[in-house]
Design a protein around this ligand. Structure first.
Ligand SMILES: *Cc1c(COP(=O)(O)O)cnc(C)c1O
Length: 400
């Protein structure tokens, strides 16, 4: 009789997912293996390996590394909600490497991709600069089901979405997208960086591949760059095969740091969810604040999808002051705990004005066309004490 293993929770999986029964030297943590190559005992062993007769995972560093593989196994288990041989993960050198390598591996000339219009800015730049160069067509559409459906063509191979998005935290109707894609035999990819596997479970909804910039919540400490693609084992194997050519592999040091950060993911995300919601509510009630965007606020445009697909709203809160860009700058300069910096999802709170940072190069007209308001402020709420963050923001609001 084989007893069914009880399902494990996300905190347990963040710490133990994909663990082998025994590690090298019986150590409790995965060893950090830095080797670039793995010697063969003799030519007979090499021959057997080349014939595919050896169960020996490593050969050369660009094709695999045991430290990286251990973290990949943990990420796959976490995203799948438990050990599942049908789900695999492949780590890469950055979120952008994960996005570009996945698209390059899956697409060929003549095919078509639908992107929701508010995907990560460099994902859009990649489509315009590279996909067009390689004869892949694409459309950017509003993140709603009707607009996505209207863009489907005979040649459509991929629907690429993101949730929640930057900076307005839109949440598309994921089940609707999956349903539509299945009917039309289209693959679905979601960049779920803002959600994390703690707040959203895209694979359980039938999405084919989930991408995270591990630079953000999964690493969680603002000390590494990385990306991961998680999905059906066959698809991930095909992407991994191409990664050997494209070369954007994850360095073992980086994987080790990620594996360490990942162990506290569930704890951190709980705190981010709780503090960000409290801060969003406080800002919404403040007379100097014109509007607040947070998926778990009843006032958010996609609150219904957010309630359906998200366990929590995450750490990012966007808001606009009545006084526009200048008032926003006064606030950003007056806070003492959040630092002015790009990125999000780390233990340190960060704050920025999209008009002065991520959308600066677009100019006022470009920003207006993209719906990026001049007075917008984006805060990534860290894990500092909520009372301290609230007091800091209230003081800064008084000052501006
Ligand atoms: C940061 C980010 C990326 C890019 O990840 P890098 O690790 O910086 O390359 C992609 N998508 C989203 C949603 C992000 O926030």
């Amino acid at each position: 009789m084989t007893a069914r293993k009880p399902p494990l929770g996300p905190s347990t999986l963040s710490v133990h997912g994909g663990e082998p029964p025994v590690r090298a030297g019986r150590s409790i943590t995965e060893p950090l293996v830095l080797a670039s190559t793995y010697p063969f005992a003799d030519t007979a062993e090499l021959h057997a390996f080349m014939q595919g007769e050896l169960d020996r995972p490593e050969e050369y560093g660009r094709y695999g590394n045991p430290t990286v593989a251990a973290v990949e196994a943990r990420l796959a288990a976490l995203e799948a909600g438990g050990a599942d041989p049908a789900v695999a993960a492949v780590l890469m050198s950055s979120g952008m490497a994960a996005i570009t390598s996945t698209l390059l591996a899956m697409l060929r000339a003549g095919q078509h991709v639908i992107f929701t219009a508010d995907v990560y800015r460099k994902t859009r730049v990649f489509a315009r600069t590279y996909l067009s160069k390689f004869g892949v067509e694409f459309d950017f559409v509003e993140p709603n089901l009707g607009a996505i459906e209207a863009a489907v063509r005979e040649q459509t191979k991929i629907i690429f979405t993101e949730a929640p998005t930057n900076p307005y935290l839109r949440v598309v109707d994921l089940e609707g997208v999956v349903e539509l894609a299945r009917r039309a035999r289209i693959k679905t990819i979601i960049d779920a960086t803002f959600a994390t596997p703690i707040n959203m479970r895209p694979l359980a909804l039938g999405v084919d591949a989930v991408i995270h910039s591990t630079t953000k919540y999964l690493g969680g400490h603002n000390d590494l760059l990385g990306g991961v693609v998680i999905g059906k084992a066959g698809l991930i194997a095909a992407i991994r095969e191409q990664l050997g050519t494209l070369g954007g592999i994850c360095d073992p040091h980086n994987a080790y740091l990620l594996g360490r950060g990942l162990k506290t993911l569930a704890l951190r995300v709980e705190r981010h969810n709780h503090s960000a919601l409290a801060i969003a509510r406080m800002l919404e009630a403040h007379p100097k604040v014109a509007q607040v965007w947070y998926p778990m606020l009843e006032s958010h445009q996609d609150h219904a999808s957010a309630r359906q697909y998200l366990g929590g709203g995450g750490g990012v809160v966007s808001f606009e002051l009545s006084g526009g860009l200048a008032a926003g700058s006064r606030l950003v300069d007056a806070v003492t705990i959040p630092k002015i910096a790009p990125s999000l999802g780390g233990v340190e709170s960060l704050i920025e004005q999209p008009a002065l940072m991520s959308f600066y190069d677009q100019g006022p007209e470009g920003r207006a066309a993209l719906g990026i308001r001049e007075g917008l402020i984006r805060m990534s709420v860290g894990i500092e004490d909520l009372d301290d963050l609230r007091a800091d923001l209230l003081n800064a609001l008084d000052a501006c």
